[in-house]
Design a protein. Sequence first.
Length: 603
Amino acid sequence: MNKPLYRNLHFALASSSLSRQIKLSCFHTLAEQLQDCKDSVSLSSAHTTVLKLGLSNDTVTTNHLMNGYVRLQRIDDAHQLFDEMPQPNVVSWTSLMAGHINAGQPKKALWLFGSMVVGLVLPNAFTFATVVKACSILADLRTGKKVHAQVEVFGFGYDLVVCSSLIDMYGKSNDVGEAHRVFDLIPQRNIVSWTSMITAYAQNGRGQDALELFREFNYLTLDRPNHFMLASVINACASLGRLVTGKITHGAVIRNGYDSNDVVATAIVDMYAKCGCLDYSTKVFQKIHNPSVIPYTSMIVGAAKYGLGKLSLELFEEMTERGISPNDVTFIGVLHACSHSGLVDQGLEHLNSMHHKHGIVPDTKHYTCVVDMLGRTGRLDEAYNIAKSIQVKPDEGALLWGTLLSTSRLHGRVDIAFEASKWLIESNQQVAAAYVILSNTYALAGRWENVHSMRSEMKRNGVAKEPGCSWVEIKDCTYVFYAGDVSSCPRGSEVVSLLKELEVRMKERGYVGGSTGLVFVDVEEETKVEMVGLHSERLALGFGLISIPKGVTIRVMKNLRMCRDCHEAFKVISDIVERDFVVRDVNRFHHFKDGSCTCRDFW
């Protein structure tokens, strides 16, 4: 703030010879200067002057002071001013709502909006944008739709600021269709509205739609993308495993000068890790000046996905030594690292340290990691006891019990698998997965009558198994492969011929193909071997071998867990053809090189 100006105005205000109107005009000038003030003392002094001069009943003056308190996050002082106002106007109400949102009290903001409407104060566009933001933070779709209806009634259905807020709200509430409907109604879109829609797609697992809309933005407008938009596009690339597009977007980040932005840099770190390029993630991370907990957490999680548990723990230790406090997501990464690297003792130590050392109370997500960690090492009874001891809501417990079900199948514990699947089916969570995994567990135990019974029950209830598919990206084109579907496989005859040739060479090295225990249908052994040999990841690898030049790493993405037989095959093939393969399945990464995998056969 301009201190000489403040002193002169303060002197003028204190002079009794000036008329009230002149004093009021002077104070309005002062209040406008205080809009950029970050000094709480100056604001309090101005407030005192207002009281001395009897200007506290002036709405404009009080609104300026309220905005100052809101900006300095002194919400109690702002609320006291508001309560003392004889006739607060729409600006007063909106400022106080914004203050409560900034203070992490969006429900209070919604309550104020209701009171304002009851008091017959008409909302403006900024009021609606503020209220919609509160609904967005709460992901309160029901209230958001009610506010949207009021937006239409008051004639702000085409307002750019309000529409952008509505798109954001619908995106965070998982109603992408409604978000796009609002987006289509905007007559003149700006960078904020484009960004809101791209972000809504990226946040709801519709990465391809996000990328297509980004291309449309570049084609239809001359605007430069901002860092929020670029971060969302990079997140979309990460979800799809689109490395080429991710690299192109990284170039756009550098050209637009956002490479030092913490949010964007963190998104890039995460994108490269999810695309199987942990080395690139490390390079980007190391260029971040004074990284916060967020990029550290991305690196910890990325290393964990690669099975580099010790690296994750080293990063965690480095972070805490630098005085950076971990958050709840950081501990999910740490526990995940311990789970995927067999570091059970270290994992339990970190779980115990969360509350007494870092003040973070473990929740369902953390206990899910522990259940997974214990289950992977065969300590199923301990994992089961933890799952039973935690009181969770159905929507929170799906991942916990689903994890227990998967590890039970892995170790052939039909008893625990049955209890886990029963919980999931009764709570109507992950029903298809529960049926399939329990059925597969019965198959591993040779209980084919139970398998047929489960399959019949699935058919009666209309439950369908998610088909296994894998995909590879070549020159920004994505090729998708489905298990056993050779007819739609690009260059299918060449792929099958290559896979058969590799099968012969693998057997010469002692590989015993077709772990038929992994085929969960009651057919002849020869048929089982053939089914395993045409898993989607093998088709994708075969296509990659004939399409991607030697020396370039082949990266395969898979929507389900990679089977053990394919895992063994990929190790041997990497040695035969002397190439690197990276496979990202639903759980983690596998980097195959020279006949071995980074997971060390533990996943």
